[in-house]
Design a protein. Structure first.
Length: 311
């Protein structure tokens, strides 16, 4: 498997795709993803055409559906692409925007996790089966939703939305139970979680580390964290892989040199039948010159810095 970071493809990138530029969005990814059966990303943009923005929210990310295939198809080529929509931009254009996002992903054959038309659908695992018959269960959750009201976007019994839980406040019972429920159903469990503070100099918080350990104890094989907009540690817990944040995959954010949000990592995790894991961290750089894109780094100071931040 492989795990990449935040795919934020609204605003400036959408404008670029409306232009004549044919520069590849992803450079060096074909080799970096060779042999990968499943790639997971955090889709932090709405894929929709005309819904109204969520009121009183500062940032809204939306990519017109006509560009969705160009953005997603290179990542899905030769493998299954799984997109988590449990994050604080999934309803930037309301419930209609979320509905169209899920429909667009479905049309492109991209399983979505962490959101749905009801409470049950948002929490429902997505099970992906590889060509070799390995079954991987994905769950997706966020600890923050809209910027002003963390519960406004939570899915309800009859209301669409995303899976939200107050993780920093100790609301862990349902996530842990969902992981345990996959025991014996799938071969591996991946828990995608949009968590913690953005732009931090102190690394993962204590509660993030404790929650990751609890997920591993419940049976998760990989914890795929994101949200920080910078690289945080990739580390093992009891032989399982915890990715606190791989940084950005593609976005149009202003560069913040202190946090090096122009760097990211692609994390390859090999899951063996006996439960052992091997992890490889591949450094990435988000470029602005000549149009927004991301490239795999083969060496140099930026590559060394990305790997250092992932330690």
């Amino acid at each position: 498997m492989a795990f990449a970071g935040d795919l934020m493809v609204g605003r400036g990138l959408g404008h670029r795709l409306d232009g004549p530029s044919q520069r590849p969005l992803y450079q060096g990814f074909e080799a970096a993803l060779a042999g990968v059966d499943v790639l997971a990303v955090n889709l932090e943009s709405v894929l929709a055409d005309a819904p109204q923005p969520w009121p009183d929210k500062r940032f809204h990310f939306r990519l017109p559906t006509r560009h969705a295939e160009r953005v997603l198809a290179p990542l899905a080529s030769g493998r299954t692409l799984v997109a988590s929509v449990a994050n604080n931009h999934a309803l930037d254009h309301g419930r209609a925007g979320l509905s169209q996002t899920l429909a667009t992903l479905g049309e492109l054959g991209v399983p979505a996790v962490g959101g749905g038309a009801t409470w049950d659908q948002a929490r429902r695992p997505r099970i992906v089966e590889t060509d070799r018959g390995v079954r991987i269960g994905f769950l997706g959750l966020t600890d923050h939703c809209s910027c002003d009201d963390v519960c406004a976007w939570a899915a309800g019994p009859r209301a669409s939305g995303i899976w939200h839980a107050d993780l920093s406040g100790g609301d862990w019972d349902e996530p842990l139970a969902a992981v345990r429920a996959l025991d014996g159903v799938v071969d591996h469990v991946v828990f995608s979680v949009h968590w913690g503070p953005n732009y931090t100099l102190t690394g993962p918080t204590r509660w993030m580390r404790d929650f990751a350990a609890a997920l591993v104890d419940a049976g998760a094989d990989v914890i795929f964290g994101h949200s920080a907009h910078q690289i945080l540690a990739v580390e093992p817990i009891d032989g399982k892989t915890v990715i606190y944040s791989p940084g950005g995959l593609l976005d149009d954010y202003t560069d913040r040199p202190l946090f090096r949000n122009d760097l990211g990592v692609l994390v390859r995790v090999t899951l063996a039948p006996d439960g052992t894991q091997e992890t490889e961290v591949v450094p990435l750089k988000l470029t602005r010159r000549g149009g927004r894109s991301v490239r795999v780094l083969e060496g140099g100071e930026d590559a060394q810095e990305a790997l250092r931040r992932a330690e």
